[in-house]
Write a protein that binds this ligand. Sequence first.
Ligand code: ZN
Length: 667
Amino acid sequence: MASSTQTGPSTESSGLGAGIELDELDPAIRPQDDLFRHVNGKWIARTEIPSDKARYGSFYVLAEEAEKAVREIIEESQNAGSGTEARKVGDLYASFLDEARIEARGWTALAPDFEAIAAVDGIPAFVRELGRLERLGSGGFLQAFVDNDPGDPERYLVFLEQGGLGLPDESYYRDEKFAEIRTAYRSHLERMIDMAGLPDPATRAQRVFDLETAIASHHWDNVKTRDSQATYNPMHWAEVEALAGADRGGLLAGWLEALDVPAGSFAEVVVREPSYLEGLAVLLDDAHLDAWKDWLTWQVIRASASYLHAEVVQANFDFYGKTLTGTPELRARWKRGVSVVEGAMGEAVGRIYVERHFSPAAKTAMDELVANLVAAYRQSIQTLEWMTPETRERALDKLSKFTPKIGYPVKWRDYSALTIVPDDLLANVRATTEFEFQRELGKIGKPIDRDEWFMTPQTINAYYNPGFNEIVFPAAILQYPFFDEGRDAAANYGAIGAVIGHEIGHGFDDQGSQYDGDGRLTDWWTAADKQAFEKRTASLIAQYDALEPAQLPGHHVKGDLTIGENIGDLGGLGIAWKAYLLALGGNEPPEVDGLSGAERFFLSWAQAWQVKLRDEEALRLLSIDPHSPNEFRCNQIVRNIDVFYSTFNVSPSDALWLDPEDRVTIW
Ligand SMILES: [Zn+2]
């Protein structure tokens, strides 16, 4: 992390420094023209992205710090008493580091699976084998997960989602801009199948590629899969079977039987993309049997590639790291080992992480920030000129029901049913998959566990969960440049305050606003208010559609894919400013380090978005990431906020100027 700015005692009222890297500001780039590069330009120019990373910046610098802290915890765990949770953490890590054993074992670990797939003699046998291997962690043509039911948020349901692709999403199989990646993927398939010692790699690779292309043609695109209404299709299992073709009956039943799910857990499910299931069923015929068998072999290879011998790990990285994200070098083995442990037993590590790295004072400060953000949203909703009293009342009701979670869970995950051995990585990975599978499906029929966290405390991120109507801030994000107890408030409101506002804003974005305060998918809007809201979101979509990242000339932001995040950012920053004023309790913001409160607020906002990306990664994210590129998360948002104009005396000749009638305010 860049040095945490404790700039000595100020003569101003707060007695705290601004908490912004003032030496980094580039006087050659005016904030009125490009706030993002005024703050981050010098850093971007001199920074080289580490060779094992696709992107680097504020989030990633903190992630590196957390990674070191976690490594320490994991290494200590290797000496913990046998049978303890800590020892499982240590043993899992040890099994990853045991390269000699992994090399000696080579592909033999997967040989029984390859043989079982080769013996498949028809589609019914294929779906059974698929179910069996999915339980061990291989990818399937449908992904199952458990969440609370948007129609009845007090119960859990299984959700079935489209799957089956080895490229990031369906657009990679059709869009002209990915033609080279498709060619590289086809070669990668052949290379891996060949490496696994299977005959006829070229034919098999082509069959897998063609089948995935056919699967992709039935996928919904990443805009449609954001649609809360269209993806909410609760069905009884018989209806799911009927959707997959009644005359081909029993196909999915065989898959389900092999998955060996708890009785009744799939009695009712939500099918997110029904037409995908229909299209998939048509592909499940004898004409495609060889292709499906090759595809399943590929699923086994792909799921295990990171845990096999060095040659396979490198080949896997060559495509998924180098080609797709432009990253030149594989991460050091210890870093990959840390990731494996984090993925499998993240809360066991997090429990110790927060004891060492999270101060109760940060929690107290966050409680106050969150309270001010909620109060500012309340104030803002009460005075929105475009909303009628009827909808306003319901919006306020939803706001009153937000649950904030700060730092770490009150109740930690129980790993006692997980068996880990020190000398068999693949067995551990499969045991972990099995454990997670049981844990997830075990929720069906039980009361909702509102204490569950969907991120570990050592994650540098935050989230909003519409089904729980909760905003969640892991301990690790509560650090500089987002948050610093020792600096003046303006910089905290411009960074972590805006992050809090962003997460609350998701409760009122184009999708979140379709859920009420209890997490129910229900229309609480009057038609006129909905129309007024949609008019504003349409303007924001149009603004972002017009944006071209400096790094990718000719490529545009997808306004409809990013609208939810952009609404979150816009409300987040606008409301954070109001919350800062509330925190001042009617007093004028003090001047600190020669900067006004508003200047510090916006500079801190820009500083939080500091990032540098490789070109391949920038293109990948522009295609599939619902977040806009950071330069626009910074610059496009401030263009819509009046106080930015008054703070920096922005005039019509400045690059960031927007005519007042073109500025969008939603919340
Ligand atoms: Zn977000």
